[in-house]
Design a protein around this ligand. Structure first.
Ligand SMILES: [Zn+2]
Length: 85
């Protein structure tokens, strides 16, 4: 059982930060670090990484390993895709 409501709430938080131009203000590296911290908070509340990062593929973050990847297949990097498909 995972916390879907919490996951989608964090998804909205991330979207709001993007709408407010936080990535442009603090730079991509700092922004990605922030996203990973938010995902970490979600982990403590039984959230689902796939839902937190849903429709945010342009962040280029694999929701399984949380590594950056230019190529994502349904939200996961090619390495994870191979491992789990
Ligand atoms: Zn991955």
């Amino acid at each position: 059982m995972s916390n879907h409501d919490g996951s989608y709430m964090l998804n909205e938080v991330i979207r709001t930060m993007m709408d407010e131009g936080i990535e442009e203000q603090i730079g991509r590296d700092a922004f990605i670090k922030l996203i990973k911290k938010i995902i970490e908070i979600g982990r403590h509340h039984d959230c689902n990484n796939g839902e937190i990062l849903e429709d945010l593929e342009h962040l280029k973050l694999c929701y399984l390993c949380l590594h950056e990847s230019d190529v994502l297949i349904d939200g996961v990097c090619p390495t994870c895709d191979k491992k789990f498909s």
